[in-house]
Design a protein. Sequence first.
Length: 229
Amino acid sequence: MTKKKPSKPLPRIGLIGVPGSGKTAVASKLSELGFDVIDNYAPDLAKSYDIYIGPHAQYISNLFIAQDRELEERSWDLGPQGKGRVTCGTLLDTLAYLAAKVEVYSQAPKTDLNARRLYREMSAAQVVSLMMEELWRYTHTFYLPLNPDALIDVPGAEPEPPGEFLRTVDVAINTGIMKWRIPATTLPLGMSAAERVETILKSLEEDDDRGGNGDHAIEKEDSAPQSAS
């Protein structure tokens, strides 16, 4: 028997930001309020398939992440649903990682190996770009800036503060928000997780009052992210 869909779509929230930006803390509080959370798919992949997940992951890991996230979101769409869905990380995050790797190999010594690595990262970035055009189905998106004081888990090593690579990823995320005209609201660093959740709930309420809550399409044009007051 086909599950009857509600007449009005439930919120599908995408939290955008590098590791340590506070996505999981925000998602956890939203989970307490009845939202379903999609998170930790990257470390689960690492355990299940013995692939490296971290700042220095290669293109194949990022493609796995993009695919697994999409499958989890589709499973939520077909299953029992709470107040809405919250996904930690989006296709834009994955594309930003690939763009940062492209920059790394573009500046690396000109060897055959680095040329092949560059080609692979560029090809994977093109695939994820196509996925964004077809699969971007969030009703609300929120950008969490890089936290320079955060400690990032690194497989096989001690946690460390964000390095140059994650700063490059953060820049790529901001570039992507503008390039794709993603209507992302910025949740500033000075906000606590509770304050960020309050901003998200206020945004949902305002959108509901306007009769919105539909998919926010993306376009490849210049625009700037909004900022939460």
